[in-house]
Design a protein around this ligand. Structure first.
Ligand SMILES: Cc1cc2nc3c(=O)[nH]c(=O)nc-3n(C[C@H](O)[C@H](O)[C@H](O)COP(=O)(O)O)c2cc1C
Length: 175
């Protein structure tokens, strides 16, 4: 049994994070979730909490949790932190050492294995400035699963689709 901290950021593939939670739980893993403000415009906190069986954290402005330094507890807790879907914004923020919300702060404060499953438009993924940020993370032992190639919600075709949940869970089971 692994302890997975699933960080859900605000992309169109956020619905796939619900399937990820279900599959991790089926595999016997414990799952805690953190969602960005943007992620909650795509999926509901209720779905995340009912599927994971744990309260969702979304903000640093949470007196009860943060009186005991909840963000540091969450940064220490997991065996693996999986960011899925990982937006261009969260990837670039972490690559540049930013900590402007709960999700980014945890990612900055952790020493645990970090895995990103990016999801974005193909032009965003191929953007040279953005790829510099991906390279920074890769050279610092951050693992990337995907993106894969295919048709996108915006109607374009190319690299940028989030890897399917089943494939992600299969890759992480080996770790
Ligand atoms: C309909 C819609 C779909 C979006 N899909 C994506 C996406 O797939 N990937 C991405 O990087 N950003 C996407 N964005 C932009 C992000 O939501 C935006 O950059 C946001 O600030 C990300 O915040 P977060 O990284 O804190 O979750 C989308 C925005 C909208 C309105």
């Amino acid at each position: 049994m692994k302890k997975i901290l699933l960080v859900i950021s605000g992309g169109i593939a956020a619905y796939k994070s619900l399937e990820l939670i279900r599959l991790f739980k089926k595999a016997g893993d414990e799952v805690k979730c953190v969602a960005t403000e943007s992620a909650l415009t795509f999926i509901t906190s209720a779905s995340i909490e009912y599927l994971s069986g744990n309260p969702l954290r979304t903000s640093l402005d949470d007196r009860e949790q943060e009186m005991k330094m909840g963000h540091i507890e969450l940064a220490r807790w997991p065996d693996i932190i999986l960011v899925a879907p990982a937006t261009a914004n969260i990837i670039s923020s972490v690559a540049n050492g930013l900590a402007t919300d709960l999700a980014q702060t945890i990612l900055m404060a952790t020493t645990k294995k970090m895995v990103f499953a990016p999801s974005m438009n193909v032009r965003m993924w191929e953007n040279k400035l953005f790829q510099n940020n991906v390279a920074i993370l890769k050279s610092n032992n951050v693992e990337f699963l995907g993106p894969t190639e295919g048709e996108m919600a915006c109607g374009e075709f190319g690299l940028g689709r989030m890897m399917e949940p089943q494939q992600i869970v299969k890759s992480l089971i080996k770790k």
